[in-house]
Design a protein around this ligand. Structure first.
Ligand SMILES: Cc1cc2nc3c(=O)[nH]c(=O)nc-3n(C[C@H](O)[C@H](O)[C@H](O)COP(=O)(O)O)c2cc1C
Length: 210
């Protein structure tokens, strides 16, 4: 988990069926409310579907560029920010070359969308971890949101009554996995009360070192 970093640069080697199937198997081992398993994972890899994914990626990029204040970095800029942005642009520019998976969740009207998310995102995370465990790289995307949602719904034939929950690009990494950069655990964890520090718990012998 600590090296399951988002990968945005991939080699041109295709993801083989056996490796991808193992990731999908891991996804269905996830928990879901009432064990309903109201999920569907659609692998997008035909040239036609990849072309739709590429369109969705281009639309997403138009939306996120101003939101994150992103622009294409100058070729001689080697800062962390520039390297990150360069990888992000590469992923979006080459979106039509990769295999990806759409994660959909049946919309039970009795449950809030957030609660329903709790029944699909563990499956997506299992998929991501299985990808990492096998050396595959992956990037969750927002391409099935924004304007891309309608494009992908139509192209895939997602029925009414199903929510598109997520979309993940997979491929063999160009570059290395991990390590992750995250805020310290103490910034996220509290004990009993919203604002109460959890230092005793987090500093116990055997607890992870910050
Ligand atoms: C719901 C979701 C949507 C995301 N959408 C995009 C995206 O559209 N494009 C992209 O390059 N990365 C996307 N990401 C990847 C995040 O930017 C990445 O997970 C985060 O920056 C942490 O990076 P790390 O895994 O390398 O630590 C998305 C991640 C999530 C969870």
């Amino acid at each position: 988990m600590s090296t399951a970093r988002t990968i945005r640069r991939f080699t041109s080697e295709p993801v083989d069926d056996a490796t991808l199937s193992r990731c999908l198997q891991a996804a269905v081992w996830a928990p879901s409310g009432a064990n309903a398993q109201g999920w569907r994972f659609v692998v997008l890899r035909s040239p036609e579907q990849r072309a739709v994914v590429a369109k969705a990626a281009a639309r997403a990029l138009e939306v996120i560029e101003p939101v994150y204040g992103m622009s294409r970095p100058a070729p001689d800029d080697t800062s962390r920010q520039a390297r990150n942005n360069r990888a992000t642009y590469e992923l979006h520019d080459r979106a039509g070359e990769f295999t990806s998976v759409l994660f959909a969740q049946q919309h039970y009207p009795t449950a809030s969308e957030l609660l329903l998310g709790g029944s699909i995102f563990p499956a997506m995370q299992n998929f991501l971890l299985a990808a990492r465990a096998q050396g595959l790289g992956a990037c969750p995307t927002g391409w099935a949101s924004y304007g891309g949602a309608e494009l992908l719904r139509e192209a895939v034939g997602v029925p009414d009554g199903w929510l598109i929950a997520g979309h993940v690009v997979v491929g063999w990494p160009r570059g290395r996995h991990g390590p992750l950069r995250r805020r310290p655990l103490s910034a996220a964890v509290n004990l009993d009360r919203w604002d109460a520090p959890a230092d005793d718990l987090l500093n116990a012998p055997g607890a992870p070192q910050p």
